[in-house]
Design a binder for this molecule. Structure first.
Ligand code: DDQ
Ligand code: CA
Length: 271
């Protein structure tokens, strides 16, 4: 028990170090900055199977215990509908080798997906995953997508959070995401939850809770134990990536690239 506690503490400390590294300067770092009620750890409520061959790049809840997921890597990119309980694929649309699938979101029964470096995205029918339309976007890259039901939010791996017009796919506004005065870079997979935009930070075990009004980070969620637990059990996995929100049942789901599990989590104030 003692070692498990030590491992957990070391994980939390390294997660905090990742946040600190994403700040531009160390100079005014004070430990009091990170110890506040806005920092949460997590509790795992449920775990479900997840396709370990899925290089997860976009994740959202599709209702009725299904998830909608976009996967990346050239030749392995797809959009899929997945059963939550079993992890089984219910519908699949594979993408051309030329495209590296990224963020995915659902607006008016249509799935919007961006691709990594191609400045291209696709709109699919939510049910049969057939392609309606191909579009170009004007972010630097395509990383994450989410929606508040009116506009889309996009990320491109920088510190920018874009508001995008779903009719034209043009950027409406660009916010610089900041925690206190520090820019937060590597914004990746997104989810719109209770008037906040949540973003997992690429190559970290942290989720930033961002105000879509001004880009301020209003909280952090630290979840190193999921990735580290999977690695400790011998899984060859990549980073945390993928947040989904079931607004009806208030369930939060997270997974990662090549993760064999998808977790339902609850937030816990960090003591
Ligand atoms: N991104 O998801 C962070 C935007 C991109 C991840 C790319 C990860 C490695 C790609 C390796 C490609 C070589 C086949
Ligand atoms: Ca998401």
């Amino acid at each position: 028990f003692r070692t498990r506690k030590t491992v957990f503490l070391v994980s939390v400390v390294s997660a905090l170090a990742v946040i600190a590294l994403s700040w531009n300067t160390w100079s005014s770092f004070r430990s009091t900055d990170v110890v506040s009620e806005q920092i949460h750890s997590i509790e795992v409520v449920n775990e479900f199977p997840h396709d370990p061959a899925a290089f997860t790049q976009g994740l959202l809840y599709g209702g009725n215990d299904t998830l909608l997921e976009s996967t990346g890597l050239n030749g392995r990119s797809s959009v899929r509908e997945v059963d939550l309980q079993t992890g089984k694929i219910k519908a699949l649309q594979n993408m051309d080798y030329a495209y590296f699938g990224e963020g995915l979101t659902l607006l008016d029964q249509r799935l919007y997906q961006v691709t990594w470096l191609e400045k291209t995205g696709f709109i699919y029918d939510r049910y049969n995953l057939t392609k309606f339309k191909k579009f170009t976007h004007d972010m630097k890259d395509g990383w994450g997508l989410a929606t508040d039901g009116k506009v889309l939010f996009g990320s491109d791996g920088s510190s920018s959070l874009y508001r995008i017009n779903p009719q034209t796919m043009k950027v409406i506004t660009e916010l610089v995401v900041k925690y206190k005065s520090y820019e937060v870079h590597n914004l990746n997979e997104l989810e719109y939850i209770n008037n906040e935009v949540w973003a997992n930070i690429w190559q970290s075990d942290c989720i930033a809770r961002i105000s879509p009004v001004d880009g301020t980070v209003i909280g952090w969620i630290l979840l190193p134990e999921l990735r580290e637990g999977l690695i400790a059990s011998g899984n060859r996995i990549d980073v945390l990536n993928g947040i989904a929100w079931d607004a009806d049942k208030k369930r939060i789901f997270v997974t990662g690239k090549f993760w064999p599990k998808l977790y339902e989590i609850k937030l816990q104030p960090l003591r």
